[in-house]
Design a protein around this ligand. Structure first.
Ligand code: GUN
Length: 286
């Protein structure tokens, strides 16, 4: 039986450290601040944002959620971001994606000050990651959380074959940069990788990260025995229950370690967001 990578337990550990740092900071008269901007009525986004708000409150992080209507214009959204860029109480700004189709995510990403870019999506921060820079700057929360999960089960990375399925700005691209920085041999597969070729890559993966949003895309015949598998999917099974991109109960029979859905990547993304908010607040103190 595989090791189950328990994202909830690991997130609790990360949050405990974050809470202690917030307590220490409050003794210096400083409270870390996170602003989350949510545009429109996307149901999944509303739930993610609620979870972020709840965790921030629990950890003593000042949190502001700015809910804007679906009809918000690009100009109005950029003005809101600029206001947060200048707000001294705010250390980290997160604009929840996806935005409604009429809004330009790239321009929004570039408007957030790099030093408040808690998502690590700004080209300055993403560029540093691709440079292989090991210094202090924010990194996309889901991939960074996954690195903590891999570390928690002592996954060797150097010289190992890592395959990332999915090339999104939020997960696939920054994930591949993190694995590359850790000296893995990285392959990125995506929607244009022919379906009959995808297994050729995945069967070769010592580390397999799957972030496609396709329910049970990865079946047991597609994984390498002994691999470490991380499932970023937030899909629905035929009964409407939350499930992942990986057929967990079949794949777990074959691999060394695997993360479940729910209780895997999701809680670690939020814990990493909170940790990085405090990182930013500490840098802003200097
Ligand atoms: N939507 C889903 N995950 C994320 C994330 O990590 N950051 C932002 N900004 N939007 C998201």
């Amino acid at each position: 039986m595989a090791i189950k990578i328990d994202g909830t337990a690991l997130a609790n550990q990360v949050n405990e450290t974050t809470l202690n740092r917030v307590v220490e900071m409050s003794k210096r008269g400083r409270v870390p601040g996170l602003a989350v901007v949510l545009v429109g009525n996307d149901h999944a986004s509303q739930i993610y944002v609620q979870n972020k708000e709840r965790t921030a409150k629990k950890l003593g992080i000042h949190s502001e959620v700015i809910r804007l209507p679906e009809s918000t214009t690009q100009r109005e959204l950029l003005d809101q971001v600029n206001e947060l860029n200048m707000a001294p109480a705010i250390d980290g700004i997160l604009v929840q994606f996806p935005l409604p189709a009429h809004l330009d995510e790239v321009e929004v990403t570039r408007t957030i000050l790099p030093e408040k870019d808690v998502d690590g999506f700004h080209p300055d921060n993403l560029g540093r990651l691709f440079e292989g820079d090991h210094g202090s700057f924010p990194v996309a929360c889901t991939p960074q959380g996954i690195m903590t999960m891999l570390e928690s089960v002592k996954t060797p990375l150097k010289g190992q074959n890592a395959v990332v399925v999915g090339r999104s700005k939020i997960v696939g691209r920054p994930m591949s940069a993190l694995l590359l920085r850790a000296d893995a041999t990285v392959t990125i597969a995506h929607r244009y990788t022919p379906a009959d070729v995808l297994p050729v890559y995945t069967r070769n993966a010592d580390i397999l990260i799957v972030a496609t949003g396709i329910y049970h895309l990865i079946t047991a015949d597609m994984v390498k025995p002994g691999a470490t598998v991380i499932d970023v999917g937030m899909d629905r099974d035929p009964d409407g229950k939350l499930a992942g991109d990986v057929d967990y109960f079949e794949v777990e029979k074959k691999v060394r370690a695997i993360s479940p859905v729910p209780g895997g990547v999701g809680p670690m993304t939020i814990a990493t967001l909170m940790k990085q908010t405090v990182d930013l607040a500490e840098w802003h103190e200097e």
